[in-house]
Design a protein around this ligand. Structure first.
Ligand code: ADP
Length: 481
């Protein structure tokens, strides 16, 4: 299958693009805050300061704080907030141009003439909330120095029945023009540094992320050429390492499957050739020597043909099962009866070869399964037990009922299977010993078929085995009451 992908861009450009966007975003944010908003934010913070300070003083006046404490409070606020504070108090009946004035120390910033003070006070008085904020010259005659220095003066009036208090808080705003120019220059340098950083970071990330991917990809590409040994390199980050491990594992599996396929061809050809040689050999012999046309020799030909048929059937069966083309024909039947029936087929091994097949079977165990397939499983296990029994020709076939399940086990005391091979014996075409005696299927697919059948039945199955001591193959089915 060919997957048509949209035009793909290299990871390098992708990373670079995102990092660049991020850099531009950072510069933009810095630009907005540092250059665009610096002046208004600075002015606003100064305005907030004068309002806050005026609140403090107005509260103190309202509370009739004594003069010394008031003086101290004013001084403290001037120093702390870089402001200049004046406050006035009038007695009843005074006119606006005859305010009693208390001069405060430390008020160096203040440069206003009495007319200007009166103007601010008049503005505050005429306003709704009795406050007035004067900034620079716009509304009053406050001096603006040439370098952009501006004045802020906040006037607030507190009127009681019998007296009026006025608080004026002054502060200066220095020009931010020079600072802005410096910032602009800085921004340029920051921009250049950021772009260099983006390039460096992109290259670094690319090296870290893409390089391992490219090398893994390169190794994956060489798999079809039969190079099954990818470098199990250790990567610095987990994802690439995992990908590499997956590739190594996949390569191992492919190699295994490839080898198994070659084994199968070798096994199947061997197993096909042997009966074919026998059939043709016996046939020719019977033509050449008419006295050899005995029932026994004809039986050899028939047996060998059956062996061939079985082998071909097994192969067809397995391929059908692996393509999921097999549908189970489930029915209810007596498993004990089926096992006993099958064991009759092996009577010949008892009287001819000296096998002792011991049956430990309860009377009747009803199960629901595909009878023909379970028969296949049983025959496979029993044939294997016979084939791999060596000298000890004792086999035990047992059924045990437990918790609504019946476990069928076929135990032999033969050659057994080494631990490292146990997991593989269920694989297609797998044979522990490639030169074993001819089995009925003989091609190493018997257990692969068993596995497919039992998987289709969702049955549990397994094997316990010890080399030299023998093996017990088992499977489990639910009992139908
Ligand atoms: P085969 O046709 O080679 O017997 P199977 O699929 O039936 O194929 O078995 C796979 C392999 O498992 C066998 O080649 C053998 O090595 C091992 N095996 C199966 N059953 C037994 C057993 N009862 N004792 C020892 N080895 C066994």
């Amino acid at each position: 299958m060919v997957i048509v992908l949209k035009k793909q861009i290299s990871l390098k450009w992708k990373i670079g693009r995102y990092l660049l966007l991020f850099g531009v975003f950072i510069i933009l944010v810095m630009f907005i805050f540092q250059i665009g908003l610096l002046e208004p934010m600075y002015e606003q913070s100064k305005i907030n300061t004068v309002k806050l300070v005026s609140d403090t003083i107005v509260n103190a006046l309202d509370d009739d704080m004594d003069d010394d404490a008031l003086e101290e409070l004013v001084f403290e606020n001037e120093v702390k907030n870089d402001t200049c504070i004046r406050y006035f108090r009038t007695e009843e009946g005074h006119t606006s141009d005859s305010y009693d004035m208390y001069y405060m120390n430390g008020c160096l910033l203040y440069r206003m003439r009495p007319e200007e003070i009166n103007e601010n006070i008049a503005n505050a008085l005429s306003s709704q909330d009795k406050t007035y904020l004067g900034i620079s010259e716009a509304n009053m005659n406050m001096p603006i120095s040439e370098n952009g220095f501006r004045n802020i003066i906040y006037t607030r009036i507190l009127q009681d029945d019998d007296k009026t208090s006025i608080v004026m808080v002054y502060t200066g705003i220095s020009s931010v023009g020079a600072a802005l120019q410096t910032l602009r220059n800085q921004m340029l340098y920051i921009g250049i540094i950021l772009i260099c950083g983006v390039i460096l970071l992109t290259l670094l990330l690319y090296k870290q992320i893409a390089k391992p991917l490219l090398s893994i990809n390169q190794q994956a590409k060489s798999l079809p050429e039969g190079k099954y040994d990818p470098d199990p390199q250790t990567n610095r980050y987990r994802e690439a390492q995992e990908l590499n491990e997956t590739l190594v594992k996949a390569a191992e599996d492919i190699q295994k499957a490839d080898k198994a396929k070659r084994d199968l061809i070798a096994n199947v050809s061997h197993d096909l050739r042997t009966p074919l040689t026998m059939i043709s050999g016996y046939g020719e012999m019977m033509i050449d020597l008419p006295e050899e046309k005995t029932d026994e020799n004809i039986k050899v030909i028939i047996d060998e043909s059956k062996r061939l048929t079985n082998l071909v059937n097994d192969l067809l069966d397995l391929s059908k099962m692996q393509e999921n083309k097999i549908v189970l024909k489930e029915e209810q039947f007596d498993l004990t009866e089926l096992i006993k029936d099958q064991l009759r087929k092996y009577d010949v091994y008892q009287y001819r070869d000296g096998f002792v097949i011991e049956e430990k079977l309860p009377d009747c165990v009803m199960v629901r399964a595909d009878q023909k397939r379970i028969e296949q499983v049983l025959n496979n296990f029993i044939t294997n037990a016979i084939n791999y029994s060596l000298e000890n020709k004792h086999i035990i076939v047992k059924e045990t009922e437990n918790d609504g399940y019946v476990t069928v086990s076929i135990q032999d005391f033969g050659q057994g299977i080494a631990k490292e091979n146990l997991a593989d014996i269920w694989d297609r075409y797998y044979k522990v010993d490639k030169t074993h005696v001819r089995a009925s299927s003989g091609s190493g697919i018997g257990l692969a078929i068993v596995k497919e059948i039992l998987d289709l039945h969702h049955a549990e199955y397994g094997v316990e085995s010890e080399p030299g001591k023998g093996s017990t193959f088992w499977f489990k089915l639910p009992v139908v009451k």
